[in-house]
Design a protein around this ligand. Structure first.
Ligand code: HEC
Length: 126
């Protein structure tokens, strides 16, 4: 019985260790994403839900496109019917004017998958 308990305890400890390292990875990814986000910061504020030149990106992951009430979105984005899933965010940062022709957002092109991963990890923290 004791042996079984010990085994269970060590299994639990291992799960705990794995969980901790996953969290550490996510934190490191988000930190790297904050660097990538410097290319977005001029237009998107992150310290509040205020809109700047671009709409606030707080809570953007999972949000419907063009859904903030106090931002003057382009007709193109309003009609896009997009939800900001991870996949759509990837396509957006890779080539926003291709995903939504006619968007008001200046063209960005982050095609590096790792950079996209970092950026999305960071956006999730907002
Ligand atoms: C030059 C200013 C500018 C830069 C730089 C910029 N954006 Fe934008 N962004 C905008 C504007 C303006 C809009 C609104 C677009 C529209 O209405 O068509 C927008 C919209 C968005 C949206 C849609 C939000 C919503 O509420 O639907 C996302 C997501 C987004 N930007 C992410 C980014 C990311 C990530 C970067 C950096 C890689 C970035 N933007 C860089 C100006 C900018």
């Amino acid at each position: 019985m004791k042996k079984v308990m010990l085994k269970l305890l060590s299994a639990a400890a291992m799960v705990g260790m794995i969980a901790t390292s996953v969290q550490a990875d996510e934190a490191a990814m988000a930190a790297a994403g904050a660097e990538v986000f410097k290319r977005c910061q001029a237009c998107h504020s992150t310290d509040s839900s205020k809109n700047a030149f671009g709409p606030s990106l707080i809570g953007v992951v999972g949000r419907e496109a063009a859904s903030l009430p106090r931002f003057a979105y382009s007709e193109a984005l309003k009609k896009s019917g997009i939800t900001w899933t991870e996949d759509n965010l990837r396509q957006w940062v890779a080539d926003n004017t291709k995903l939504v022709p006619g968007t008001r957002m200046r063209h960005v092109s982050i095609s590096d998958i790792a950079e996209q991963d970092y950026l999305i990890a960071y956006l999730k923290t907002l």
